[in-house]
Design a protein around this ligand. Sequence first.
Ligand code: G
Ligand code: G
Ligand code: MN
Ligand code: NA
Length: 256
Amino acid sequence: IRVEQELRRSLMQNALAPDYQAIYAGKTKQLIGFEALARFRHPELGIVSPGEFIPIAEDSGLMRELGYAILDRTIETIQTWQSNALRNHPFYIAVNVSAIQLEDLYFADNVLAKLEGAGVDPQRLKLEVTESTLVESFKSAALQLDKLRQNGVRIALDDFGTGYSSLSYLRSLSIDTLKIDRSFVAKLHENEQKAAIIKTVYELATQLKLSVVAEGVEEVEELNFLNNIGDMAIQGFLLARPMPAEQAIAQVSQHH
Ligand code: G
Ligand code: G
Ligand code: MN
Ligand code: NA
């Protein structure tokens, strides 16, 4: 109840700001983009993790509004970076969306209008959906995602491999990117099963002309192993932690 009340208040005060975690090309170490990760900083509750407050927002009818607030903040961040620190750089920012957001019949229209209003190319926004996001109302979600994608917004399937029926989603949903769940990445160099799974998923993605992001890369051995498998994007504490906008941009600016 406390979290819900405080979340409601933060929404009204426009006080929720995501952190941004940089994503790099594994081999060249070029910056590719970022993932926006919602953070709720409260003077007394401290930093409440999205793992805790997203389910609360979903159950209390706040998720729709919270989702739009995160999208607004992210689009503002893209707008700032594309005209300053990352001028002429084709970066994107990826935003996680939950099932409830995709139930909104005007979700795609609203997102496209926000982008246009901000002068942000839709290619700079990527939306991350999980298999479980899609289970609930697949048809309406697929419709929204198709419309966004036709207009240039890219779609990633997040946490790939942890849900069910991954393969049928690959067939029936039009997406751009597979994000390999970090449970497969952790210590893959010491685990033949994980290595085999990642090699196979990489091959599958390549055959389907999808790009690959490996998540949760924490060790240099994992990075080297992934680079030996093929060209993919790398996200993880080894290369960058999620950070507030100003810190995230300061860190990447030093590297290029
Ligand atoms: O950043 P962290 O590991 O604490 O995130 C925990 C979970 O919360 C992850 O599954 C992540 O996808 C999810 N999450 C983070 N930000 C958002 C957001 O803005 N919207 C939704 N729906 N989920 C988010
Ligand atoms: O479910 P999703 O993939 O959106 O969640 C991403 C989550 O993973 C975020 O909460 C982020 O903080 C976390 N994360 C990002 N990089 C790493 C990492 O290298 N190790 C671990 N353990 N978590 C990570
Ligand atoms: Mn994600
Ligand atoms: Na994930």
